[in-house]
Structure formats: structure tokens, C-alpha cells
Design a protein. Sequence first.
Length: 268
Amino acid sequence: MTALASPITLTTLRNLKRNAQKFACLTAYDASFAQLCEDAGVEVVLVGDSLGMVIQGHDSTLPVTLNDMIYHTANVRRATRHALVMADMPFMTYVRAEQAVFSAGRLMKEGGAHMVKLEGGAAFVETVRAMATNGIPVCAHLGLLPQSVNKLGGYRVQGKDEASATAMLNDARAMQDAGADIVLLECVPATLAAQITKALEIPVIGIGAGVDCDSQVLVIYDMLGITPGKRPKFSHDFLRGQASVSDAIAAYVSAVKSGTFPAVEHSF
Ligand code: KIV
């Protein structure tokens, strides 16, 4: 696939949602993989703090620092001309609204991120509002929050009962109202993710959240089948049967856009 013609912006993503056209998101942590994503037409490249696990070898994302994120985001930005680059705000870098604004500011000024992602819902309304006021586009990550793994007691599907499902829908609405530009849902029942996607005007990116989200994201090492250990249920090895990494990423983009990924077996 040829590179996209003009830079992807939040307006592009909103228009895609309005026109019921899906877009693709994939993680990348360096220039080489970012270039392959760019060439395959991935609209959003996420520099995820999953790099703490897949690059640095930690057993969670908690040890990742703001400087780590800035370093990897800058590497990704050097290889992207069209894709929108989203960078994760690491654990403990957005405890207070003012701290969040300055942490995000560093990711944008020094790393070149177009937008940032933080984990949390209604409790972060003031934070997201302060960021929006300062011109910082935000993605609110809901559902399974990997930075809260110790509090959650493990990596588990969230929103399974009625009370937690309603709370997540309210969180998503609160984030949109506070000025968030995207919501990301991780490990959420497909029916709930579909309901949230329908209820919001802003785009919803899913991972383990069923096919009805406006977009999908995967950790690139998972979808290339090179993450050690058991592959998560929501992922798929797109390299199997393909001749190259480029072909695997192109297959992923095509499957996301056509709605053939995720299938029922990848969903909860
Ligand atoms: O850090 C990351 O890669 C993420 C995705 C799993 C959504 O947040």
C-alpha cells in the first residue's frame, strides 16, 4: 500500500467515524517499525508504555519513565510523515492536573507527540480539562488499565457486571465532556464497547473490545507473533502465512478496515 497523502489529524479521525470508516492503530517504539506502519497506511501510531514489557523486559509498564517515553516517541516521529503519533503518559506522571500538563508538554515538545494517552476515567476530568485548555489532545484509556495492575489484582476483562459497565459508560462520557479527543477501551465485553462507541462522538479505539469500535490497536510484537509466552486472546499472529513484516502489517490494516479483525474468538 502507498503512503497516505496528507497528515492524519483528529479531524480526519472524527470524519472517518462519522462516515463509519474504520482506521488502524498499532504500537511502534522505533523508527524502523514506525516507517513500516507509515508505509502500510496505519493512521495512528501509539508509542505505548507497553515498551516497558516488550522492549525493556519488565513484568509491567510501571517502571517506564517520562524520559523513556520521550526517547522512543522522538524515534518514532522521525519516521512518520502522515500518521498521527500518540504517546503514553507513564505511571505517576499525571497524578495532579498541573503535573499532567507539564508531562504531556514534554512528550509533545521534546518527543514530537501529536497527542498523549492517560489511563483513567471520571477521576481525571479536571486533568483532561486542564490539558485540553492548554492545547493538548488526549486519549482516555478505559477498561483494563495496565498501570493499575497491582490494584486490579491482575490483567482481567473489565465491565462484566451491570454496575461496572454503567460506570465505564459514564467515565467515557465524562472524558468526552472534559475535552478528551479519543477513548481507548482495553479488554471490555464487545457489547459494552459497541454501546460506548455508539454513545460517543469522539472515536473509540479497541483492544480486546470487539469489532464494533471505530478502530483497533495491537502491540506490534504481539501481532507479529514475537512476544515471548502465550499470545493474548485478543491478538492474532498476522505474520503467519505472510512473506514479510510489511505484508503482515498491511494484512492487519486491511483486516481492521474491513472489519474482519477482531473475530469473535478475539473478543470477550
Ligand atoms: O501501552 C500500550 O501499548 C497500550 C496498548 C495496549 C493499548 O496502551
